[in-house]
Design a protein around this ligand. Structure first.
Ligand code: PLP
Length: 526
């Protein structure tokens, strides 16, 4: 017989477990501002085996939900799980590569509002030729490939001049925005530690800086201070100033930030950097190849680059609005005295003296050659024309959005990237996202506030009217509809307050992306 005490305790435990795990239905990479009480409560419950079992069961269920999404994309495919005994025929290979793409988003038709920055078929073919010519070169071995060294230093020089660098401005090509950011953080830390050897470095940023900064801080054991934005959704110089300590090794701003496409108050933060002699990084991964042409295209923007004396480093992605193939970015330093802290050297290796500029060892000469080709084949006039086209579509779309009562653009975006949110409690923005997705539009969901993110690229300029039409009809269909399906999943995902639960599920999600197929060809449940 169960005692009364047992029944009361188990009921309490069940209620508490349900409370702390009520939102475990995560879909994608959603994190939240965590409630410390909830974290403590969760940790306490996990110590009680009854609650732990319940929580584990819910987490397992959430993981299985994720799995179902992946299964639908791969189950009809003949999976290749071992290296084939005999070589696969060329036609079979190409056919399979084509068939696998059938479930991808229809980015060529402008249906994806993110990730892809394509300069057109002809441009793409030219980049492929450039890639092919250098595909097997490796500038890690600098003396063997003078050609790639020249191409890389020309890309760096062209990017530095575009961003108002002078003859001392220098840099390195990397594999993408995140690597550029990680290297800038590493260089800033090592520079700081060279001056203050036993300190505990801190980085000041705001909540719109790219996640790669937090990643870098985690990699390098740096304390991150995340400040709130000002009323216009920009990094707040007062809060940066208030958080400066003797351990501040770096401040980070964006031009523009990914979530809202807004440029931070860089001029004021640059003054702070000069006054306090602190390393200032400007993340222009997204805007680096758009903002420099805005003035000539007829749009004004605040200063953001090396023309501001406090700016130490800038990250700028050739593989975004530089229209190069994926896998390239540039990290720029005001002068070589800063850049040297990025490098890695090891003179005691049995394999010989080793020196490497970036995170990777071997480096892809083909990607460098494609990036060089992209910059020179588009040229200044080409980039300016592209910005005119992009901004024309952006302004049109923003005007249409702001004329619809139920939605509103967030802040005053500075370029062709922005977000919009619901302006009416009868419209759930994630229900709208689902309805747009049913019409074939792939749009990123964001949180705090819940919103939808649009990156306007050349692929969208021809179909912007069609999108506006679908947006209006989708709003009509969404008003008053309660979230279900994906909208409900997103809605509850952004409300999770336990970072340990989210991290556990995100790690599982990332594992699924990498290796979710077992020997039976079925995604494994781990
Ligand atoms: C502002 C900003 N910084 C950094 C990154 C990271 O770039 P990547 O995805 O190439 O690593 C992005 C990506 O969208 C970005 O928008």
């Amino acid at each position: 017989m169960f005692s009364l005490k047992y029944i009361v305790l188990s009921t309490l435990a069940t209620v508490a477990t349900a409370y702390f795990t009520r939102k475990i239905y995560i879909h994608q990479s959603c994190v939240n501002h965590y409630n410390p009480l909830s974290i403590l409560g969760y940790r306490f419950l996990m110590k009680i085996s009854y609650c732990k079992n319940k929580i584990d069961k819910r987490i397992k269920q959430a993981k299985e939900n994720l799995q179902k999404e992946f299964i639908s994309n791969t189950m009809d495919e003949m999976l290749v799980l071992s290296i084939p005994e005999k070589p696969m025929l060329k036609d079979v290979i190409i056919d399979r590569l084509h068939r696998l793409q059938k479930d991808d988003c229809k980015w060529k038709e402008g249906r994806a509002f993110g990730y892809i920055y394509h300069g057109g078929e002809e441009h793409s073919n030219l980049l492929n030729t450039a890639y092919e010519m250098y595909a097997h070169t490796n500038p890690l071995h600098a003396s063997a490939f003078l050609s790639v060294r020249i191409l890389e230093s020309e890309v760096i020089r062209m990017t530095a001049r575009m961003l108002n660098g002078d003859d001392s401005t220098c840099g390195t090509m990397t594999s993408g925005g995140s690597e550029s950011i990680i290297l800038a953080v590493k260089a800033a830390r090592d520079y700081f530690l060279s001056k203050r050897p036993n300190s505990k470095p801190e980085m000041i940023c705001c909540n719109t800086v790219h996640a790669a900064f937090i990643k870098a801080a985690k990699y390098f054991d740096i304390k991150v201070i995340i400040t709130k934005l000002d009323k216009d959704y920009r990094a707040n110089p007062d809060l940066y100033s208030r958080n400066i300590t003797s351990n501040t090794m770096m401040m980070v701003v964006s031009a523009p930030c990914y979530p809202y496409g807004i440029i931070d108050r860089i001029e004021e933060i640059s003054q702070l950097a000069c006054k306090n002699k602190i390393w200032l990084h400007v993340d222009s991964c997204l805007g680096g190849f758009v903002l420099p042409w805005m003035e000539e295209a007829g749009y004004s923007i605040p200063k953001f680059d090396f023309s501001l004396p406090g700016v130490t480093t800038i990250s700028c992605d050739t593989h975004k609005y530089g229209y190069s193939s994926k896998g390239s970015s540039v990290i720029l330093y005001r002068n070589p005295d800063y850049r040297k802290y990025q490098y890695f050297c090891w003179s005691k290796w049995t394999g010989g003296l080793f020196a490497s500029p970036s995170i990777t060892g071997s480096r892809p000469g083909g990607i460098i050659s494609a990036a060089w080709t992209s910059l020179v084949s588009i040229g200044r006039s080409g980039y300016i024309n592209y910005v005119r086209e992009l901004m024309g579509s952006t302004v049109k779309l923003q005007k249409a959005i702001n004329e619809i009562d139920e939605i509103i653009v967030i802040g005053q975006p500075n370029m062709c990237v922005f977000a919009f949110k619901s302006n009416n409690n009868k419209l759930d923005i994630f229900v709208l996202a689902d309805n747009l997705e049913n019409k074939g539009w792939f749009i990123e969901r964001q949180q705090n506030p819940n919103s939808l993110h649009l990156t306007i690229t050349l692929r969208h300029t021809k179909i912007i009217d069609e999108f506006i039409c679908d947006l209006m009809s989708s709003i009509r269909e969404s008003i008053g509809i309660r979230p279900s399906g994906k909208a409900a999943i997103y809605g509850s995902a952004v409300a999770i307050t336990n970072p340990e639960v989210i991290d556990d599920i995100l790690i599982h999600y990332t594992g699924l992306v990498n290796d979710g197929i077992d020997n039976c060809g079925i995604l494994a449940i781990t």
